[in-house]
Design a protein around this ligand. Structure first.
Ligand code: APR
Ligand code: PHB
Length: 404
């Protein structure tokens, strides 16, 4: 097999990249280890920055998002039983965000790719990226056998083959194989883990507030989000390593109620919980995001804790930057933009790392937190609530920094 760009991974990064390249007349093949149903069901954050919305529209992938997505003009910060709204358009000169789940972004991009784009191969696991330093990189992969092959994660049966190409883009997430093709000694990693995670639930109940609520509480952080006007998405800070099954539905609702409690009449609506899982929290950056003809994009290169809702938006910035650089190379013969890909992406990545870290430490209670730390958090929140400059800083970062 041969193509111009091998794309490993069909998450938001790989799928959008395939779409952008298709629109520019550049061919690609997407290899995805999981099956389609798995990719379309995986729950992740679903906050799209204004810039991400603009990119999806320009790519012709926003038709359903424009019908079903929910435009949000602010978020609520809740602490000390008080509520403070951060008004995005007022603070940023008109910017807002779109609540449209990552699963829906993936479904839309998959449908477009299968209808109009190049090959998108599910249950096809990339095994290794080879010869990345040469002009002829290759991806060794295994396609699930005729017996079905399961979820592609079993490392078992299947047919091995090689995809030859001009460029490889590793969009294969944090646990993918692409990053491993960068020799140790060439790259550098920066990492921080947090001693807590998020217990996330989906519940069949209309959201209890029309905007997202980020709550700081002495018992830990809580977040109220939504998937649609009839489905709520809620999170609780829990100790690292917590098993989702160890929390009963009743315990989850009772704890959410405590952490969201206010002095006014606001009430949390309960409903049937349809899904429960725990997400670990990590900050991670791999530098550089390029090795020869291999480019890393999205979670393959960096992870942010979800408190800033930046993961998907960073992935979009990376693949837009790569697609622009490759189109420039195709049209002019110049590799300049490919050469600056990593530095261009990393400037934005580190802003998102900073913001996600700030939001995380602003709102979560560390296991070793002292009363001094508690007071500082409240003082930081009071500052955001009381100063237009501090509020603007949060609103600008939440609605997104420019791509490129
Ligand atoms: N071969 C083929 N595919 C692979 C391999 C492999 N060896 N390893 C992983 N994958 C696939 C995964 O199954 C997954 O579908 O790569 C995809 C990576 O997708 P994501 O983890 O969603 O990563 P990315 O596209 O960078 O997502 C960016 O959007 O999904 C949200 O918030 C999430 O931060 C994330 C952001
Ligand atoms: C979500 O809806 O899943 C979500 C929203 C905002 C976040 C994180 C997750 O910061």
């Amino acid at each position: 097999m041969r193509t111009t760009v091998s794309i490993i991974g069909a998450g938001p990064a790989g799928l959008l990249l395939a779409r952008l390249l298709h629109n520019a007349g550049i061919d690609s093949v997407v290899l995805e280890s999981r099956d389609r149903a798995y990719v379309e069901r995986r729950q992740r954050a679903g906050i799209l920055e204004q810039g991400t919305v603009d990119v999806l529209r320009a790519a012709g992938a926003a038709e359903r998002m424009d019908r079903e997505g929910l435009r949000h003009d602010g978020i609520e910060l809740r602490y000390d039983r008080r509520r403070h709204r951060v008004d995005f358009p007022a603070l940023t000169g008109g910017k807002s965000v779109m609540v449209y789940a990552q699963t829906e972004v993936c479904k839309d991009l998959i449908a477009l790719q299968l209808d109009e784009g190049g090959p998108l191969l599910f249950e096809t696991e990339a095994l290794a990226v080879e010869d990345a330093e040469t002009g002829h990189p290759r991806v060794r992969f295994r396609h699930a056998g005729a017996d079905g092959g399961g979820d592609g994660a079993d490392g078992g049966s299947g047919v091995e083959d090689v995809l030859e190409c001009d460029y490889v883009v590793g969009c294969d997430g944090f646990r993918g194989v692409a990053r491993a093709a960068v020799p140790s000694g060439v790259g550098r990693t920066f990492e921080r883990t947090y001693p807590f995670g998020w217990l996330g639930i989906l519940a069949d109940v209309p959201p209890s507030h029309d905007e997202l609520v980020y709550a700081r509480h002495d018992r830990g952080f809580a977040l109220l989000s939504m998937r649609s006007p009839s489905v709520s998405r809620l999170y609780l800070q829990v100790p690292e390593g917590t098993d989702a099954g160890s929390w009963s539905d009743e315990e989850i609702w009772a704890e959410l109620e405590r952490r969201f409690e206010t002095d006014d009449e606001w009430a949390l609506r309960r409903g049937p919980i349809t899904q429960k899982s725990v997400t670990p929290m990590r900050s991670y950056v791999h530098e550089p995001m390029r090795h020869g003809r291999l480019f890393l994009a999205g979670d393959a290169a960096h992870i942010v804790p979800p408190t800033g809702a930046k993961g998907l938006n960073l992935a979009v910035g990376d693949v837009v930057t790569f697609a622009r650089a490759l189109v420039h190379r195709t049209r002019t013969g110049s590799e300049d933009l490919l050469d600056t890909y990593s530095a261009t992406c990393l400037r934005r990545v580190w802003q998102a790392e900073r913001f996600s870290y700030d939001m995380t430490t602003l709102l979560h209670r560390a296991p070793d937190a002292t009363p001094f730390d508690d007071r500082l958090q409240v003082a930081r929140l009071d500052r955001i609530a009381g100063s237009r400059a501090a509020g603007t800083d949060l609103a600008e970062a939440y609605t997104g920094f420019p791509i490129g």
